[in-house]
Design a protein around this ligand. Structure first.
Ligand code: GLN
Length: 202
């Protein structure tokens, strides 16, 4: 719909993964997984509804279509969003409360090396007006927290079922390992979506 789409496309190209932009419900036909990029979550929410993608996509995600959200994408995957518009849409794919623009004005944008569960070695993570996870449900696996500074301990990467979300932008640092993990997991899940939001085995 909006935001940092090209950065994800570039990584998928490098990984040899076929991709397409989903702008209308018919673009959901045959996809095996979805990436929700960074950008502006309230704008995305409006466009998702306007273009009639919100309902079928929510249905597909409810049935386990693998999804990876970065930053604004993470916000859209939450069950609860703090500091947003009351009518903002969300997919409730991960049982978590996220706070938008959580890191405050002084640290609008920053970089830090993170330990991410499931990934070998440190990951350079860039945060741009990022959210954090303020509360995560029991079934949510916490993959990374901020290691130092005023936001130390805050949750910034999570997974629940087939939904993965990061508050940072692996697609902006030439980092491919999270996308690799996502694609591998999505292949193992083996689902294919249809334009009306139903999902069937590949
Ligand atoms: N602050 C944005 C929002 O609330 C997210 C920023 C980002 O995706 N880099 O949607």
């Amino acid at each position: 719909m909006q935001g940092g789409i090209e950065e994800h496309e570039q990584i998928l190209d490098e990984l040899g993964v076929e991709h397409r932009r989903v702008r209308r419900p018919e673009h959901l036909e045959g996809i095996n997984a979805m990436i929700l990029p960074g950008g502006e979550s309230t704008t995305m929410s409006k466009l998702l509804e306007l273009n009639e993608v919100y309902e079928p996509l929510r249905k597909a995600l409810d049935q386990g279509l693998p999804v990876f959200g970065t930053c604004a994408g993470m916000i859209l995957l939450a069950t609860d969003i703090l500091d947003t518009r009351p009518d903002a849409k969300k997919f409730s794919a991960i049982d978590m409360t996220v706070r938008r623009n959580a890191f405050g004005r002084q640290v609008d944008s920053f970089e830090v090396d993170l330990d991410v569960d499931g990934i070998d070695g440190p990951m350079e993570a860039i945060f741009i007006r990022a959210p954090w996870v303020e509360k995560a449900g029991q079934d949510v696996r916490i993959l990374a927290t901020v290691p130092t500074g005023p936001a130390q301990g805050m949750i910034v990467a999570v997974k629940q079922g087939n939904a993965l979300a990061t508050a940072f932008h692996p697609e902006c640092t030439g980092e491919k390992r999270i996308h690799e993990m996502f694609v591998r997991d999505a292949q193992a899940v083996g689902l294919s979506a249809h334009a009306n939001g139903t999902v069937t085995p590949v």
